[in-house]
Design a protein around this ligand. Structure first.
Ligand code: NAP
Length: 254
């Protein structure tokens, strides 16, 4: 039986780890042809092997999303290899350093904004240009966060970057709807990935606290984000655009 992304060409950033890797595996299961982008080759190549083992076609492209030339190169590679680009999951991101707003360094601020927000914009810029060149149509999903919908203390740059992604998603959806390009975001709650693993190493009490705060009383798994992204990229979500979608165990309902 054909998957919901059958033959679609999909670019995934931050594909070497966590949510990006799990999503790549789900896209492979659903029949997508994959362009896996990450700043770290080792993780990216590991994910490539996983999707190939699942029978998917794919390539790995080294890409730092905060560099416009890298991003343009990744989209060009997609077109050179598969002839087009149908979907993109702009997911690469970093947590940066935690701390009060008045103690956040300019260096931390600039780095987090460059990767989490400028990176998403650079990806959208190159992807939308390619989709328009193809004659329109396409689906883009950006990774925002629960921290893109509500204030979370002690991570000012991260919260600002993720609110920025949610706003950019809404605005671009309005601009490109007439071209059949749908643009949505996922806003994950706490998900068990290397990113949260690093945060819990510093604050071991956080894991239980976060899980207890969720109506579903647990953290999420990376594949639970990937399933939502696959649906948003598929034709099953054909009337959904401009939505920063919480996938968070119900936290935003509290
Ligand atoms: P992760 O396991 O750290 O994966 C992020 C991936 O992005 C890593 O492979 C990372 O490489 C890569 N990356 C970092 N900087 C990059 C750059 N400049 N260009 C390209 N790739 C880069 O984290 P995750 O938890 O899966 O997070 C994925 C996304 O979900 C992020 O945008 C994050 O903010 C968001 N999110 C996560 C959670 C959560 O609870 N986990 C919740 C809400 C939102 P390195 O390993 O070398 O850094």
């Amino acid at each position: 039986m054909a998957g919901i992304l059958d033959r679609k060409v999909a670019l995934i950033t931050g594909a070497g780890s966590g949510i990006g890797q799990a999503t790549a595996r789900i896209f492979a299961r659903e029949g997508a042809r994959l362009v896996l982008a990450d700043v770290v080759e080792e993780g990216g190549n590991r994910t490539l092997k996983m999707v190939q083992d699942l029978g998917a076609e794919g390539i790995f492209v080294r890409c730092d999303v905060s560099r416009g030339s890298d991003v343009e190169g990744a989209v060009a590679q997609a077109v050179a290899t598969f002839g087009r680009l149908d979907c993109a999951f702009n997911n690469a991101g970093i947590e940066g350093q935690g701390g009060d707003t008045h103690l956040c360094s300019e260096e931390n601020w600039n780095r987090v904004i460059a990767i989490n927000l400028t990176g998403v914009w650079l990806c959208m810029k190159a992807e939308i240009a390619q989709m328009l060149k193809q004659g329109g149509g396409g689906a883009i999903v950006n990774t925002s966060s629960g921290a893109g919908l509500a204030g979370v203390p002690h991570m000012p740059a991260y919260v600002a970057s993720k609110h920025g992604v949610a706003g950019l998603t809404r605005a671009a959806a309005i601009e490109y709807g007439k071209h059949g390009i749908r643009i949505n975001a996922v806003c994950p709650g706490p998900i068990r990935t290397p990113m949260t693993g690093r945060m819990f190493e510093k604050r071991p009490d956080m894991e239980q606290k976060m899980a207890r705060a969720e109506p579903l009383r647990r953290m999420g798994e990376p594949g639970e984000i990937g399933e939502a992204v696959a649906w948003l990229c598929s034709d099953h979500a054909s009337y959904v655009t401009g939505l920063p979608m919480p996938v968070d165990g119900g936290f935003m309902a509290t």
